[in-house]
Design a protein around this ligand. Structure first.
Ligand code: ZN
Ligand code: ZN
Ligand code: ZN
Length: 370
């Protein structure tokens, strides 16, 4: 909270408003229900913060210590006016990026003279630098995802004869069994479907010899956070590409080797002081040199924390140098329409001593008899 207030003062923001989305649980441990009823934390640059919350949800907030006061509102009250009243004489207002338009428009009608800026201007740079507890939480989530990836590579997750959706459900169950509180996604993309990076697992039955891209992750709430009644967790995100028995299709092994080397080069480049664009280029160059540059159609990586995708982004044009505490994915891929795709992804933390890959599940091409 003090770091947020310092950022507000530096940016000449008078009040910060946080509603649905990850900023509120990141700052307080409390996650607003995504409902038509307004929940909003009002943080003046100096003065006490207040959580405006529907009265029926106030019991979920738990013990807030002296972090903020509660202002439960009754069904007969109009919460926009309550928030507007708590904003005092504020002129410049930062509001969290994920706040619904209905609330933004309501508040702007209440306070027409204010200047409105994105809350992420304040929160994204702070969220991008993880402290030791946050790195530990990311590590626990990564290792849980690693155990599922290792089961996949060992052939414990049956593939041949099952639909992608069945395999996705199996991976999801394993993520929870290994300690995740919720599953955020479990992409299973087989054969030609693997040429679509965000393919939704569907009814295609996996055949022997199919390459299968499995990209999955969830959220784990640290035990200390849970004991405080909080629900703010940290995310995992890992991709492994396997071949479902038989032998890989023509050309696949060469592409896999290029992606594997590109992934390793990306990890190695992610040192403190290196811009995100340079990390992206280090990974991309390997794939381009192998002749597949036009088939690597997305950025090399994204930051990760309380959200699966957050700053910093490892992408051409991002010249901001990485710093110790940044946590992000390195996930190059090659996607050949009509044939197959390959992606390999690990979560990496930049430290004073170099890049630290949190995921350690094997990177070798596995033909799994499963
Ligand atoms: Zn993705
Ligand atoms: Zn992923
Ligand atoms: Zn990712």
């Amino acid at each position: 909270m003090s770091a947020v207030r310092a950022a507000m003062a530096a940016a000449e923001v008078d009040v910060l408003l946080l509603s649905v989305g990850a900023d509120l649980p990141w700052l307080t441990g409390y996650e607003a229900m995504p409902l038509e009823r307004l929940t909003m934390l009002v943080v003046p640059v100096d003065g006490t913060a207040t959580l405006v919350v529907p009265e029926l949800e106030a019991p979920r907030v738990g013990d807030t210590g002296d972090l903020f006061k509660l202002r439960p509102w009754k069904e007969s009250e109009y919460p926009d006016s309550i928030v507007a009243g708590l904003m005092g004489a504020a002129r410049t207002v930062a509001i969290s990026d994920r706040t619904w338009a209905r609330f933004v428009l309501g508040l702007q009608a209440e306070r027409p003279g204010c200047r409105w800026v994105s809350g992420s201007v304040l929160t994204a740079p702070l969220r991008a630098v993880k402290d030791a507890d946050e790195v530990a939480a990311l590590y626990d989530a990564a290792r849980a995802a690693d155990r599922v990836a290792t089961q996949l590579l060992a052939g414990d997750v049956r593939l041949v004869g099952r639909t992608e959706a069945e395999v996705s459900a199996d991976i999801s169950r394993r993520l929870v069994a290994e300690g995740h509180d919720r599953v955020n996604f479990a992409i299973v993309a087989s054969g030609p479907n693997a040429a679509s990076p965000h393919h939704e697992a569907g009814t295609r039955v996996i055949e022997r010899g199919d390459p299968v891209v499995c990209d999955f992750g969830g959220t784990m709430v640290p035990i200390a956070e849970r004991e405080k009644g909080g629900s703010a967790g940290y995310c995992s995100d890992i991709t492994r590409t396997v071949v479902a028995g038989g032998s890989p299709p023509p050309g696949f092994a060469e592409i896999y080797a290029a992606v594997k080397e590109a992934q390793a080069k990306g990890v190695a480049a992610a040192t403190a002081g290196t811009p995100g664009a340079t990390v992206d280029a280090a990974s991309r160059r390997v794939i381009a040199d192998a002749g597949y540059g036009e088939f690597f159609i997305h950025r090399t990586g994204h930051g990760i924390g309380v959200e699966e995708h957050e700053e910093p982004y490892l992408v051409a044009g991002n010249e901001v140098p990485l710093q110790p505490g940044n946590a992000f994915s390195i996930e190059p891929g090659v996607y050949i329409t009509g044939l197959y795709g390959v992606r390999i992804e690990d979560i990496v933390v930049t430290t004073e001593d170099g890049p630290n890959a949190l995921n350690v599940a094997d990177h070798e091409l596995e033909v799994v008899e499963a």
